[in-house]
Design a protein around this ligand. Sequence first.
Ligand SMILES: C[S@@+](CC[C@H](N)C(=O)[O-])C[C@H]1O[C@@H](n2cnc3c(N)ncnc32)[C@H](O)[C@@H]1O
Length: 377
Amino acid sequence: MKKKFTLIATAAMGLESIVANEVKALGYEEVKVENGKVIYETDELGIARSNLWLRTADRVKLLIGEFDATTYDELFEKTKALPWEKFIPEDGEFPVIGKSHKSTLYSVPDCQSITKKAIVERLKQKHGVARWLKETGALHRVEVALLKDKVTLTMDSSGSGLHKRGYRTGQGEAPLKETLAAALVQLTNWTPDQTFYDIFCGSGTIPIEAALIGQNIAPGFNREFAFEGWEFIPASVHERALEEAEDLANYDQPLDIYGTDISHKMIEIAKDNAMEAGLGDLVKWKQMQANDFHTTSSGGYIVSNPPYGERIGDRQEVEAMYQKLGNTLKQYPTWSVYILTSNENFEKLYGKEASKKRKLFNGFIRTDYYQYFGRSE
Ligand SMILES: C[S@@+](CC[C@H](N)C(=O)[O-])C[C@H]1O[C@@H](n2cnc3c(N)ncnc32)[C@H](O)[C@@H]1O
């Protein structure tokens, strides 16, 4: 019989519903969405597939147990009662990280050390180890998370965060996280047969994510995951997921994607990143001032993350640039334009009310995603 696992795909604030859609698209229909997480059940192949395919999730965690605790004794006993030996072998390394919010047990270092002690005791008993556990083997990073006295114990199956696709060789001052860039693309109605532009492309994250989406390339194809070192998941599982990803990739899909930026240096970095992502010269890169945008195409998509002008002295310049951008792009009413910025006056400066707005966080910066739908011809 296939083993069942409960997975928690963590998501940045505001991206939960997009992660949930991605999980459903993988065939896991029963999802529960909470603040910052999407919870669902899979078999072991699902752990590999989720890590390989989820474009907008931060990490995929395996739920080990959940219970209420208001004393350290309770935390210790209930943690020790969980079947850790099924997941962590005798030599497994298992650092414990923690967080606590609105809970009686508020000291995170204490929660971590109690959890660690409880797991050590359980593993020593079950693996028959008399002295200490060597922890020289594969990494099983445990998290103890307390929220309103409810304890959630998980193991991180991703390793480094899923935004680390393995293609970023260089970046500018304010690179967009790959997960957010993928979300920006997925929030549009763009289809791979349509023209796509990022006119403030920086290190190229948005056009690269669009190209990966356009050819249905799994974003985690070129990296490693923590679960690959886990004994209870046979190596064949990851291989199967990789084979499936190879079969599903549509390298023949023609794309018409452009990345332009005022900075020559950023264009060079973007080119290198696209090469590293295995896209060759599929994306067309060009040094260009955004206000020189010109096209004869009857329609397309512009998806961009321009400078926000948050630094003192930059604001005026950026606001003048937004004004010019509005004038430039009003010549193309059939194009759809999507702009992520923290500037609350954007619509006024751009000279047009957005068809739709969505609040999103770019790291800790609160931004709005201004969406202007192109007029159909
Ligand atoms: C916030 S960054 C974009 C980061 C990008 N999304 C990434 O992931 O690397 C803004 C970019 O806009 C470029 N830029 C600034 N003013 C510009 C202008 N007038 N025209 C075109 N690009 C401009 C900067 O060189 C910078 O790379």
